[in-house]
Design a protein around this ligand. Structure first.
Ligand SMILES: [Zn+2]
Ligand SMILES: [Zn+2]
Length: 365
């Protein structure tokens, strides 16, 4: 740990004026403007700044004098009980990074990399796309690494520096005098949010949030046989992580659009097909629509209205397999609405032969 007094070339008894004087002198000497490209001078300059920020502040100096390097084995009074160690991490994050955190870990430990949040989105696909699978492209808006600072939160040209409030430990220890003696407590440094380091200068673009909302195009493979309501998990396509943490996931909810003719249940497809009454009576081979195109279907004579025929293997692909379901077609018999004079007379003859009582006054025909 750096000795702040040594950094300024002083000893512990230095007066406020002496501290100020020493800082001015050294800051001038090591200022980056006077030492362009000199890394050593830059480091020294930061060290001086860090030392001055602590030693020029009465309260901080007192704390520093009392505990030396923060966290260096100090044990206060009788207890080391720390009720404030679990102080709101999230609201500290708010104060420093300006919000947009979306995480709520509470810990006195130095926070490590944080995984980005999961995102949910909906995608509508066509009936056929659900049956055969497809690749869809969609645009989503999500928090992603700020393009100017690459997700560091630091204004380009500046660096991450050690937090002077906590001397890089991320925690601040303070003591209270109680009737039980001195109680030492450790709490998360508010300035650096417990990280021990802060941007030298906060990125202007993201205001230190490290991420900005960005529109991204995403390609997603829709597997054949997917059903409405299914959820596709796309790993690491969610929000960007923080402090080097991984991306969250993207959950895509699939909605399959209705088809004008077909419905589907699991891998079976259903449709209705209208045929002429006489085709049902006499039998016929008709063409019916399936998802694969027209298929011929043999209608036996005497087929009743509402009879269901199965076209084997003409249904949807089953999700995660090569198997196909069936197409089930319900036959609806169309009764002719208009008859020519000749048709009418033939139907009447047929009724006579069959002994069917047709009430002409009732006017069916
Ligand atoms: Zn930024
Ligand atoms: Zn700090």
């Amino acid at each position: 740990m750096t000795d702040y007094y040594k950094s300024l070339g002083l000893d512990k008894s230095a007066s406020e004026t002496e501290i100020k004087k020493a800082y001015r002198k050294l800051a001038q000497k090591y200022h980056p403007d006077k030492n362009p490209g000199d890394k050593e001078a830059e480091t020294k300059f930061k060290e001086i700044q860090a030392a001055y920020e602590v030693l020029s502040d009465k309260r901080k100096r007192q704390q520093y004098d009392q505990f030396g390097s923060v966290g260096a084995g100090f044990s206060g009074g009788r207890g080391d009980f720390d009720p404030s160690a679990f102080n709101g991490f999230a609201d500290i994050f708010e104060s420093f990074f300006g919000g947009g955190g979306g995480f709520g870990g509470r810990s006195a430990k130095k926070p490590g990399p944080m995984r980005g949040g999961d995102i949910e989105a909906e995608i509508e696909i066509k009936f056929e796309e659900a049956v055969f699978g497809t690749i869809k492209h969609l645009e989503i808006t999500k928090p992603d690494n700020c393009e100017s600072c690459k997700g560091s939160g630091v204004e380009p040209g500046h660096e991450i520096i050690r937090c002077v409030d906590c001397n890089g430990s991320g925690q601040i220890r303070s003591t209270r005098q109680t009737i039980l003696g001195n109680i030492s407590s450790l709490h998360t440094c508010r300035k650096c949010n417990g990280r021990g380091e802060i941007p030298e200068k906060i990125c202007k673009t993201c205001k230190g949030r490290m991420r900005t909302n960005q529109r991204k195009e995403i390609s997603v493979k829709i597997p054949a046989g997917i059903e409405s309501g299914a959820r596709i998990r796309m790993r690491e396509k969610g929000s960007a992580g923080l402090f080097g943490g991984p991306y969250g996931d993207l959950y895509l909810y699939v909605r399959v659009a209705d088809h004008p003719k077909f419905t589907r249940e699991n891998s079976n497809i259903y449709s209705n097909e209208n045929i002429h009454l006489l085709q049902g009576v006499l039998g016929a081979t008709v063409m019916v629509d399936t998802i694969y195109g027209k298929e011929s279907l043999k209608i036996p004579s005497g087929t009743q209205n509402g009879t269901v025929f199965t076209l084997k293997g003409k249904g949807s692909i089953t999700l995660n397999s090569d198997k196909k379901g069936d197409h089930l077609v319900t036959i609806l018999l169309d009764v002719p609405k208009k008859l020519s004079r000749k048709e009418k007379s033939l139907y009447k003859q047929l009724a006579d032969i069959s002994g069917i009582d047709v009430n002409e006054k009732g006017g069916f025909f």
